[in-house]
Design a protein around this ligand. Structure first.
Ligand code: VG1
Ligand code: CO
Length: 545
């Protein structure tokens, strides 16, 4: 019988999960008892851990291996019957969701700070998913935070580490640790949704080349198995396929700024036909064609419009959902299909109820997140396979498909301007100032544009009727242009102000403008309304996507 130790501790005041779990600098997590406190607060909050099955894995970033061993010992002390751990401690976020669902686990812990940089000076994170595979809803994360404020002890098994490199079971106190193949369940699910034969025919035709950039993060092993082995894409299709604790020194964020090598490969003469990348934990995706970037808001609209071409969705979509700041491109497709389109706050946790109730099939966020009812997380490789399936069936280029889409539905020019690492008071001041201006804004017009809505977005979940307030300052114009302001809930340094800009254009002669040029008027209105320069001292955004 292995002994369970009870350790005295004192609370940390800052263990409030944000948009996607608790995210802090590695050095914060390395403080004695920091991780243990949070995990114990979580286990105390869960109603009953006795005999339950937990899923555990992470994106392989620095501290993943240490944290996993601590959590295993604490899970054993909490009475869990079995923990399914990804081999070598790896599980992408969507794969963890798939494993929770397939093995009917009571929940799962995912260790990741997603697209944030890793390494000893980078970020670490921990998030909890519930038994449907969805990120824990606010009522759970709020309860964990409350518990963390009064925690005075935690329980841990006194035992040496368990090896995670080989598949199979190990007894761990009264608990069983089962090391599972991180890729197997997930790859099987992808094979059920997409026409692998057709995609394989495209990839081996000699007429089509693609690159997938795993950014030295968790999708490497998944992408090698699925693209290079199962779909027989040329060796070397997967770039940066080996997961590294510091992501090779890069920033595993699949966007135009951080996936530069991939973008260059697609933009050169005779570049590849298709390019894609995923983030640290594999839930984000970027889609590129030769010489074209597909904005994530357009991507979810195009997937919706073409879902009937894909086996897993041929039967039709019950509805779609997008986060509030995501462009309204998908709304137009939903209207055409005669299905509802729901608008939720930022963060995947808000889609879970809609998917469970089967009132939506596809979901998307402007932040490079796309997914469906196959799991309860956004899913990077799923989006790439969805695009490949469409390309294989339509036999057109990415650019042709996007341009035809715009010609049919019009184009929602869209961009996000991020001001990172702002002084926290200055950032809060910007939002408070905007909030105070709302009533007075509702009837104003700017350069002939009438404001039709000015509010602080609040959401009532249509399924459980829970209410989430203060989800972003939303300013809409009569021509359906929009400006949204909100503060990031995933950063670890100061505050990040996000300004989301959107403008609709249906004039065929104006569908191919430069995005920043097309949005120039709105950008000027946004920075003026928010008094960005006066309040933050910043002349320009840190990053534009
Ligand atoms: C950001 C994105 C949001 C996304 C979240 C988690 O949140 O805006 O759309 O769901 O990251 O994505 P925020 O609060 O920083 O704007 V992931 O891939 O970082 O887990
Ligand atoms: Co992510």
């Amino acid at each position: 019988m292995t002994a369970i130790r009870t350790v005295s501790t004192t609370p940390f005041p800052d263990q409030q999960p944000g948009t996607s779990g608790l995210r802090k600098k590695v050095s914060v997590f390395q403080q004695p008892h920091y991780l243990e406190n949070f995990v114990q607060a979580l286990f105390d909050t869960l109603e009953d851990c006795q005999g339950q099955t937990l899923v555990l894995g992470g994106d392989g970033r620095y501290y993943n291996d240490v944290a996993i061993q601590t959590i295993l010992k604490m899970a054993a002390a909490a009475g869990f019957g079995r923990v399914l751990v990804g081999q070598n401690g790896l599980l992408s976020t969507p794969a963890a969701s798939a494993v929770i669902r397939r093995h009917k686990a009571s929940g799962g812990i995912i260790l990741s700070a997603s697209h944030n940089p890793g390494g000893p000076n980078g970020d670490f994170g921990i998030k909890y998913n519930i038994n449907n595979g969805s990120p824990a809803p606010e009522k759970v994360t709020d309860a964990v935070f409350e518990r963390s404020k009064s925690i005075d002890k935690y329980h841990i098994l006194a035992r040496e580490a368990v090896a995670l490199d080989r598949l199979g079971e190990t007894r761990f106190g009264a608990m069983t640790v089962e090391v599972v193949d991180a890729v197997e369940d997930y790859a099987q699910l992808m094979g059920e949704l997409f026409d692998f034969n057709r995609i394989r025919a495209l990839l081996t035709s000699g007429q089509f080349t693609m690159h997938f950039d795993a950014m030295h993060a968790v999708t490497g092993p998944y992408a090698c198995t699925i693209f290079e082995e199962q779909l027989e894409a040329a060796a070397g299709t997967v770039m940066n396929g080996q997961p590294l604790p510091d992501f090779g020194g890069g920033h595993p964020d699949p966007n135009l700024a951080h996936a530069k090598d991939l973008v260059a490969l697609l933009n050169q003469d005779n570049g590849a036909d298709f390019g894609a990348a995923a983030d640290g934990d594999g839930d984000r995706n970027m889609i590129l064609g030769r010489g074209i970037f597909v904005s994530p808001s357009d991507s979810i609209a195009i997937l919706t419009a073409n879902a009937h071409l894909v086996p897993g969705y041929r039967a039709g979509l019950t509805g779609v959902a997008r986060s509030m700041p995501t462009s309204q491109a998908v709304d137009r497709v939903a209207a055409q299909l005669g299905i509802p389109c729901y608008e939720t706050p930022t963060g995947w946790k808000f889609f879970g109820n809609l998917l469970d109730a089967n009132i939506v099939t596809l979901c998307g966020e402007e932040s490079f997140g796309t997914g469906s009812n196959h799991v309860r997380e956004k899913d990077g490789l799923w989006a790439v396979l969805f695009w490949l399936n469409i390309l294989a069936v339509r036999g057109q280029s990415v650019a042709e498909i996007v341009h035809e889409h715009w010609a049919k539905y019009g184009r929602n020019y869209y961009s996000r301007h991020d001001y990172e690492a702002l002084d926290i008071d200055a950032a809060n001041g910007i939002i408070e100032h905007l909030r105070a201006s709302l009533t007075q804004l509702s009837n104003r017009s700017f350069g002939g544009r009438q404001i039709s809505i000015a509010d602080d977005f609040a959401y009532t979940d249509p399924v459980d009727h829970s209410v989430s307030q203060h989800q972003g300052i939303r300013i809409g114009f009569s021509d359906s242009a929009r400006i949204i302001f909100r503060l990031s809930g995933t950063g670890t340094e100061g505050a990040t102000l996000r300004i989301y800009l959107e403008q609709y254009e249906s004039d065929l002669a104006k569908l191919h403008l430069d995005t920043q040029d097309a949005l120039a008027d709105l950008i000027a209105i946004a920075t003026q309304l928010a008094e960005v320069k006066q309040r933050s001292g910043r002349e320009a955004p840190t990053i534009i996507t």
